[in-house]
Design a protein around this ligand. Structure first.
Ligand code: URA
Ligand code: SF4
Length: 255
């Protein structure tokens, strides 16, 4: 595991050796203790045997996915999709990553962040000392925008209730918003990602009764942008280290 983390950090920064980073910051400890225990495989099975709505988090997410999102036609993005892309990871996650919308590969597989940008996100997660299974990964829209354009305001408005329900179920301690559309949507601002990133913001999660829960949210660069602008990885890594510190995860030496 420690070797895997070192490799992920090294790969994440591979192109940054040219930007003066000779020493790669490698997380010191193995992080099992910092992880939540994985979701119980059978959670809620007793409660669901009478076809009552599941009360466990994984079951509630599954119902939302299968009963509402899979057949959803609330916006025009349903027309071009091959698969809805609901989300992946642990329903008990302390940390949720929110991206923009499915791309070609995500639409084909029905799983978020599995293309090139997704592979970089996976390395970022491993560099934090976590695995994809420890966190939850989803997007602000669940169907692929044609030609990977940004989702339109009305599409985000139609789809975001699903995201908010996912967040109400999971109750993460921290949210990382990847890129401008996710950050602007969740923070309800027009400020760009370069000005938003680098500090925590208050994300206000409302429930249907109007109660508000505040969750700390870190905006950072989208991995697709980092693939195009690898010198910005240093800043993204700083953002992720602030997240790690807040979660109590061991920080890399000298990083
Ligand atoms: N980009 C995103 O924003 N989300 C994905 O799921 C894949 C790429
Ligand atoms: Fe429904 Fe969201 Fe897909 Fe639009 S993007 S059709 S709102 S699931």
């Amino acid at each position: 595991m420690a070797g895997e983390i070192a490799d992920a950090v090294a790969q994440f920064f591979a192109t940054d050796r040219y930007f003066g980073l000779s020493e790669l910051p490698v997380p010191r400890a193995v992080l099992a203790a910092a992880r939540r225990t994985p979701a119980r495989a059978n959670a809620g099975s007793a409660a669901t045997s009478n076809a009552v709505a599941p009360t466990d988090k994984a079951g509630r997410l599954e119902v939302l996915d299968l009963e509402q999102v899979k057949g959803c036609r609330k916006c025009r993005l349903c027309e071009g999709r091959n698969n809805t892309v609901f989300g992946v990871g642990s329903a008990e996650a302390r940390l949720v990553f929110v991206g923009e919308g499915p791309g070609f590969e995500e639409d084909r597989q029905g799983i978020p962040f599995v293309g090139k940008a997704g592979q970089l996100l996976t390395r970022m997660i491993i560099a934090m000392g976590l695995r994809r299974d420890d966190v939850y990964i989803c997007n602000i829209v669940k169907c692929r925008p044609p030609n990977n354009r940004d989702p339109a305001a009305d599409e985000i408005m139609a789809c975001s209730p699903y995201l908010y329900e996912q967040l109400r179920v999971i109750e993460p301690e921290i949210i990382v918003a990847l890129g401008s559309p996710a950050s602007k949507t969740l923070l309800d601002t027009t400020t760009g990602i370069s000005r938003l990133r680098g500090q925590f913001h208050d994300f206000k999660l409302r429930d249907p009764l109007g109660d508000v829960r505040t969750i700390p949210l870190m905006p950072t660069y989208h991995p697709a942008y980092l693939l195009r602008s690898p010198n910005e990885k240093v800043k993204a890594w700083k953002d992720l280290q602030m997240v790690m510190a807040r979660l109590g995860l061991p920080l890399p030496q000298g990083g």
